[in-house]
Design a binder for this molecule. Structure first.
Ligand SMILES: C[S@@+](CC[C@H](N)C(=O)[O-])C[C@H]1O[C@@H](n2cnc3c(N)ncnc32)[C@H](O)[C@@H]1O
Length: 352
């Protein structure tokens, strides 16, 4: 939930301040659609109690704790201590799976700000800080600001019950417009199925995913991890490389605007087309990595005069962002703007 973010291929070219639906979404978890249950090996999990159609928003949750990326044990403990009793209870009831940090400099800082007469209970206080930190590290979600620059980490106690899969059936993301974490069904989910999100970027191959998941202290037993297939791993590695290349070229293009030639744009587009094909082949059609690839593809296709592809991808981008993030997300609005642009360009091409 806190792993490195993919390169920002959704960088807006039209407007970053598009009008969005009024932000009054409430804070909810659709308990009419799922229940929490103990699982044999993954602690508590969330299970569908009825069919959940693809695209359904299941969680739209406000955080109970949100801290800047760089906050440490002492700041976190103070934030938890400041919660009302109900929220405090919610916080302490969450799972704590990570090991104590080897960096103990914070203990000296804590000692310095404690009264002398606390010395007898100091060890207890340290333990409480460590437990609070482990809960935080196990359950926190990355929350990016609208400009994508500021990163905070938030605790959303109901969404925090979602277990992980590398082939997830739900998608989570913090939406800075409505200040909520949203979780959407990526496909139709049947009653009895566990709702599973991915804590990490699923484009990584198996070995890298295993390494990243060590943070949460478990080995993933999803089908992609349990019976890794060399070809699938190769495709995920290729996707990862292509996404990185797209991001790097996008940065270079922005820096060298004006110097980018038609050939350069064609090269960029070729990478995106490969990436789109692999994502579709890998069954990652639902995730918004593909949404980002489509959006980047639209801009480039327009540049090189492939108006029909631009229109096709813009339509797909809108659908993916609607499904994964909802109509109140910036991504959806930007995809809609791209679709308008692609339609205009197509109409013009047809006229001429
Ligand atoms: C955010 S919590 C998820 C909810 C948690 N199961 C609970 O009981 O509250 C993350 C923790 O759940 C467990 N977990 C999540 N996904 C898992 C999986 N696929 N296999 C085993 N354990 C998992 C791990 O202990 C992990 O550190």
């Amino acid at each position: 939930m806190t792993v490195p973010d993919p390169p920002d291929l959704s960088a807006p070219t039209i407007t970053d301040n598009a009008p969005l639906k009024p932000p009054n979404p409430g804070s909810y978890a659709r308990r009419d659609l799922y229940e929490e249950r103990q699982t044999p090996e993954s602690g508590v999990g969330a299970f569908a109690t009825t069919t959940i159609p693809s695209g359904t928003r299941i969680f739209c949750e406000e955080s109970i704790v949100m801290l800047p990326d760089e906050a440490g044990h002492v700041e976190l403990y103070a934030a938890v201590k400041g919660l009302d009793e109900e929220r405090k209870a919610m916080y302490w009831a969450l799972a704590a799976s990570t090991k104590a940090s080897k960096d103990v400099a914070w203990i000296d800082a804590l000692r310095e700000c404690c009264d002398e007469d606390i010395s007898e209970t100091f060890n207890e206080l340290v333990e409480e800080h460590e437990t609070a930190w482990s809960i935080y590290e196990t359950n926190r979600f990355t929350c990016k600001s609208r400009d994508g620059v500021t990163k905070s980490l938030g605790i959303f106690p109901q969404s925090a019950r979602l277990n992980h899969s590398c082939s997830p059936n739900v998608f989570h993301r913090y939406n800075p417009v409505i200040n909520r974490l949203t979780v959407h069904a990526l496909r139709d989910i049947q009653a009895g199925e566990e709702l599973l999100t991915s804590y990490i970027d699923i484009c990584h191959p198996t070995v890298a995913r295993r390494q990243l998941l060590k943070h949460w202290g478990f080995r993933c037993r999803c089908s992609a991890c349990d019976s890794p297939d060399d070809e699938e791993d190769y495709r995920r590695k290729r996707i990862e490389d292509l996404v990185n290349r797209m991001g790097n070229r996008e940065k270079r293009r922005v820096k060298n605007e004006g110097k980018w030639t038609g050939k350069d744009y064609e090269r960029d587009l070729a990478i995106i087309v490969k990436c789109i094909r692999l994502l579709e082949k890998e069954g990652m059609e639902e995730t918004d990595t593909l949404g980002m690839a489509y959006a980047a593809g639209v801009r480039l296709a327009v540049k090189v005069g492939e108006e029909e592809d631009a229109l096709k991808w813009a339509e797909k981008a809108v659908e993916i962002e609607r499904k994964c993030l909802g109509e109140d997300s910036m991504e959806f609005v930007r995809a809609g703007e791209l679709l308008d642009m692609a339609r205009r360009v197509n109409a013009k091409a047809e006229r001429s």
